[in-house]
Design a protein around this ligand. Structure first.
Ligand SMILES: *Cc1c(COP(=O)(O)O)cnc(C)c1O
Length: 381
């Protein structure tokens, strides 16, 4: 989106994604992985940051395997990283085999039925097709359960006729390093790996799993949120950079007398004569309504509280304590970004950083910049 784009000029809010920070986060993860490959998880449009720009940046950093959730996301990603391995986490549904083949998408096979479908299809087209074998170790969401795994052990030929790229499982509590489920899932994964009728490379860790230590790294890690700056564990220091900055424009600054209320249902009443900035971001943009009376925005290097209800297109911010020159109509307030991180906003709003990011609405014009460490922001497109 160029600065002269009429839609960009008209926009009341803007979302800036620093691909330099995305790259640095990926490099930091690669350092932690010390030689183990790191995939790029770019489902949900790279957690709202825009897969069309994020995926090529990761490719340039050496990322060769990408995961998305759905088949249509995979088909959309295919031309963006034409040489990469693109994997579809949500599995294989009967009738879609041909779409996988045509677009060279690797299905993550989550059940015996899916394995049979892929083997049969491979036989029909005359080749063993690539796939990832997903076994459940505790999430009970997707992947072969214990009962299905026993069938495999009794009949190893069930795995024949497929070109297995990886055995994978998914951690359910890796963001809680002390949760005993981590070690339990690791032990189950080791057992299943040892029982495999033939060896294959293994993948267990998501972002937080990377930080659990090398025991969890195996042959491929699958970080998502950490690439986008999310913290590995609540309460722990976050070594990653926040690559996004969501700014909303101040539309008006109003004088509200002591006793005056603000917003729907009058949930906030001014205790003193106040200046209230009305900012053009609301829940229709992904600014969660649960941040009503709980969120903060950054203006002039300080944080100011969101007061009253978040409405569809607007929030009200108490700027009484700021010099007037730092909160004027037309100014941009940082609603999410390095100062008000998605994790911090999520804590205030009763959710997780993942939801803050993926909720980011379509109403924003996304700007992409590339910064080097300590460098100013340079517009690239
Ligand atoms: C989403 C997802 C990931 C990435 O998880 P993060 O916590 O964002 O790093 C990895 N593996 C699977 C199976 C997923 O669904």
């Amino acid at each position: 989106m160029s600065p002269s784009d009429p839609a960009a000029e008209a926009a009341l809010s803007r979302l800036t994604v620093d691909l330099g920070a995305v790259r640095r986060n990926y490099r930091l993860l690669s350092d932690r992985l010390a030689g183990v490959a790191g995939a790029g998880v770019v489902k949900a449009d790279a957690y709202g940051l825009g897969a069309a720009r994020v995926a090529p940046a990761l490719w340039q950093e050496g990322c060769r395997i990408f995961f998305v959730a759905t088949l249509d996301e995979a088909v959309g990603l295919r031309p963006i990283v034409p040489e990469a391995t693109v994997c579809c986490l949500n599995g294989l549904l009967a009738g879609t085999e041909d779409v996988f083949l045509r677009h060279r998408i690797v299905p993550v096979l989550n059940a015996l039925e899916q394995i049979a479908l892929w083997r049969t299809f491979g036989a029909r087209v005359g080749t063993a097709l690539p796939a990832i074998l997903h076994v459940d170790t505790g999430m009970n969401r997707l992947g072969l359960g214990e009962d299905e795994w026993h069938w495999v052990l009794e009949t190893p030929a069930l795995l024949d006729g497929i070109d297995w790229l990886y055995l994978m499982s998914h951690l359910c509590a890796a963001d809680e390093p002390d949760n005993p489920l981590n070690a339990l899932q690791l032990a189950r994964f080791h057992r299943i790996r040892g029982q495999l009728p033939r060896r294959m490379p293994c993948s267990l860790a998501n972002s937080s799993g990377v930080f659990l230590g090398t025991d969890y790294h195996f042959d491929l890690a699958r970080p998502g949120i950490a690439v986008y700056g999310g913290r590995p564990a609540a309460g722990a220091a976050n070594p990653l950079e926040c690559p996004l900055r969501l700014e909303g424009r101040i539309l008006q600054v109003r004088a509200v007398p002591a006793g005056g209320s603000v917003g729907y249902s009058a949930t906030w009443t001014a205790a003193r004569a106040s200046r209230i900035a009305t900012v053009g971001v609301g829940y229709a943009d992904g600014y969660l309504r649960s941040l009503s009376g709980r969120g903060v925005v950054a203006l002039g290097g300080r944080t100011c509280p969101v007061v009253g209800r978040v409405s569809m297109d607007l929030i009200s911010v108490d700027v009484t304590d700021l010099p007037e020159a730092e909160a004027r109509p037309g100014d941009f307030a940082e609603v999410l970004g390095p100062t008000v991180t998605p994790d911090a906003a999520a804590d205030a709003g009763g959710t997780i950083g993942y939801e803050m990011l993926t909720a980011l609405g379509r109403r924003y014009v996304r700007h992409y910049v590339e910064t080097a460490v300590g460098q100013g922001r340079g517009e690239t497109a």
